[in-house]
Structure formats: structure tokens, C-alpha cells
Ligand binder design. Structure first.
Ligand SMILES: Nc1ncnc2c1ncn2[C@@H]1O[C@H](COP(=O)(O)OP(=O)(O)OP(=O)(O)O)[C@@H](O)[C@H]1O
Length: 337
């Protein structure tokens, strides 16, 4: 059996030079995704999740630039490939699904035409129409022939995102990268689209890098989780282990902030404070200003180190074998009623 990771990211560092100075949006990030595995990349807005995905896809927007690190897709170094080869490999070996389906679809062309482009860019086989109709049927589109002739604006948001997933999967890639794939959809449609992605990736043995800020989505979808804060991974563990025994105060706070579906009217607690300004990071531990467990050790910047089997955390306290005691002040509930 081939145990080589589909994706290996090593010490990835991506920087933006802005008017306010240099912002290292992704700072020394390393992770792997195994064949068929779903890795969740979670964290609050601005933590560097999307820039990590863009870096892997070779799509970092200017003025951003990868300044260090290695990215291997199926063992090939993606940072040394020429643009044309990068585009070819990206579409064939790595599909992508972004938050807003309208940015992925061209309003001027039929869905079938766009899917044909996605295929023929990589494969010259003649059974293209059959493949398009099968791909649309696979994502639950009724009457695939008619849908292929439709234009994006004739479809609902949920249907459009199904088309984008069908396009992402049409070359049967080994890896699918999905960045907040359901955030732009109605709550009722979100669960359907996620369940569809789970079924499809399982059936095809596709690895999934799923970016989300929603821990509930992580619980339902992922095998393993990497938690990002201020450009760094602060914790990484199999999903059950993370939910049962998180070892970073930030993760613990995120887990406390999951809405309770049985009590929809109850105000959900939130993490106090906000993430740091990326142009002026605090010295030492980046989470320190928000951390209820901080002490003098946190003046120094902690590394991401093993705390248990397949479990790493970037926290002085738990790296020394201490556990995080439950404390209410991890989160706050702003509604006084
Ligand atoms: N085009 C850009 N120009 C300058 N800085 C940028 C740009 N894009 C991202 N950044 C910086 O990178 C940081 C990380 O952004 P990123 O989009 O990866 O966060 P995220 O975790 O995906 O958040 P969100 O869920 O809101 O997309 C931002 O806080 C910002 O400082």
C-alpha cells in the first residue's frame, strides 16, 4: 500500500508586504494529508487558513509571496513547477471548491460548457458528455442533461455549489481543497452539501483539506484537525482526541463556542478578545493576551510539540504535562439576559 501523503506542507511561510509593514499570514506551517483522509483546518477569521490553501494551489494574490517552505503534491515539489505545469497538475490532481460558487462559475457560459473545459484541459478522451452527465448525477442534480445546458444564474445557490463540487471532482483528483464551502449557503442547504462532499470523497477515496471556522462541521466531517491562530498551527490531533482532550487554550475556547443545536435560543458563548493585528504580533505566545492560563513562561514563543500520540500543541503548560482545567472564563456570554 502507498502510504505517501497526498499533500505534504513543510515550514510554509507566506508574507504580504503592505503599507503597514510585512504581514506573515502563514508562519512556518507544516502538515500532511494522507490518501483518503479529511484534514480540517480551523480557526477564527484572519488566522491564515485561506492563505495556506492559496499557497498550496499556487494562487497567492499579490502582494503576497511564499518566502519559505516546501509543498509536495503526490511527491512533486509544487514550488519549482513552471506555471503551465502547475495549472495542469492543479486541475488534475487537486480539485478546489471555494466559498462563493459565483466566483468559480462564469455567468456567460452553460454549466456543461464549463465542465467540458475543466475536463478537456486535462484529458482528451471522447466520452466527455457522458462524464459530465455522470458527474452532475453524482452530486444529486436531477435531469443532468437539462442541467448541463443551464446557466449558473438559472440555479439556486445550493445547486451552483453542487456544480462546483462536480467540477472539482470531475478529473477524479487525489485531493480536494474546500475553503468554507457552505458559508454562503442557507443553513438548511449547508448540511446537504457537506454530506454530499463526504459521500463523494469517501466513494472516490479522495483526500479532503477542509477549511472552516465551524467546529460542528469539523466534528461531522474530519478525521484529523489542525487549529490555526495568528498564522501558526497551535494544535493538531485526530478529531476524537481533539474534542475529548484539547491541549491548547484556544482550541478549548473554540470548542466551548459551538452552538448547542438542542437549545437554539440559548446565547452561544464566545472567546473573549480578538485575534492580534498581524502587523504587530505580541512577543512570546501569540495567544497570551487572550489566555486565562498564561503565566511567565508565555513570554517566550512556544514550539508545536508532541503532547500525546499523534497529538501536538503549541503551549508551555500542556507541553509540561499539565492539563487544562475547565474554567468558565475561557469564554464569555455577552447577552446579560
Ligand atoms: N490580499 C492581502 N493583502 C494583505 N494581507 C492579506 C491579504 N490576504 C490576506 N492577508 C493577511 O493574511 C491574514 C490571513 O488571511 P486569511 O484569509 O488566510 O485568513 P482566514 O483564516 O482564511 O480567514 P477568513 O475565514 O476570514 O477567510 C489576514 O489577517 C491578513 O492579515
Amino acid at each position: 500500500m502507498n502510504n505517501r501523503p497526498v499533500l505534504r506542507v513543510e515550514n510554509l511561510t507566506t508574507r504580504f508586504h503592505t503599507g503597514q509593514g510585512a504581514v506573515t499570514a502563514v508562519d512556518g506551517v507544516s502538515f500532511e494529508v494522507a490518501p483518503g483522509e479529511t484534514l480540517g483546518l480551523v480557526g477564527e477569521s484572519g488566522s491564515g487558513k485561506s492563505v495556506t490553501a492559496m499557497s498550496v494551489l499556487g494562487l497567492v494574490p499579490k502582494p503576497g509571496r511564499i518566502v519559505r517552505g516546501a509543498i509536495e503534491l503526490n511527491g512533486s515539489d509544487m514550488l519549482t513547477l513552471r506555471n503551465e505545469e502547475l495549472r495542469r497538475r492543479r486541475g488534475k490532481e487537486c480539485g478546489m471548491v471555494f466559498q462563493n460558487p459565483m466566483t468559480a462559475l462564469n455567468p456567460s457560459f452553460s454549466v456543461g460548457w464549463q465542465m467540458r473545459e475543466a475536463i478537456t484541459a486535462h484529458d482528451k478522451r471522447s466520452d466527455v458528455d457522458t462524464r459530465i452527465h455522470r458527474a452532475l448525477a453524482d452530486v444529486g442534480m436531477p435531469d443532468p442533461q437539462r442541467q448541463a445546458a443551464s446557466f449558473p444564474h438559472q440555479m439556486s445557490g445550493g445547486m451552483r455549489q453542487r456544480v462546483v463540487i462536480a467540477m472539482g471532482m470531475i478529473n477524479d483528483p487525489q485531493l480536494l481543497i474546500a475553503d468554507e464551502p457552505t458559508t454562503a449557503l442557507d443553513v438548511t442547504i449547508q448540511a446537504q452539501v457537506l454530506s454530499l462532499m463526504k459521500t463523494l470523497t469517501r466513494e472516490h477515496g479522495t483526500a479532503l483539506l477542509l477549511i472552516t471556522h465551524n467546529m460542528g462541521v469539523v466534528a461531522n466531517m474530519c478525521d484529523r484537525v489542525a487549529v490555526m491562530y495568528a498564522g501558526e498551527i497551535v494544535e493538531e490531533a485526530p478529531v476524537d482526541e481533539l474534542f475529548a482532550s484539547s491541549r491548547h487554550p484556544y482550541t478549548r475556547g473554540l470548542l466551548r463556542s459551538i452552538p448547542n443545536p438542542d437549545r437554539p435560543r440559548q446565547k452561544t458563548p464566545t472567546l473573549p478578545g480578538s485575534p492580534p493585528n498581524m502587523a504587530q504580533l505580541p512577543t512570546g505566545c501569540r495567544f497570551r493576551p487572550r489566555c486565562v492560563f498564561a503565566d511567565s513562561r508565555c513570554d517566550a514563543h512556544p514550539d508545536l510539540l508532541a503532547v500525546a500520540d499523534r497529538h501536538k500543541a503549541r503551549c508551555w503548560k500542556t507541553q509540561n504535562g499539565e492539563l487544562l482545567t475547565e474554567t468558565k472564563s475561557l469564554t464569555e456570554t455577552t447577552d446579560a439576559n
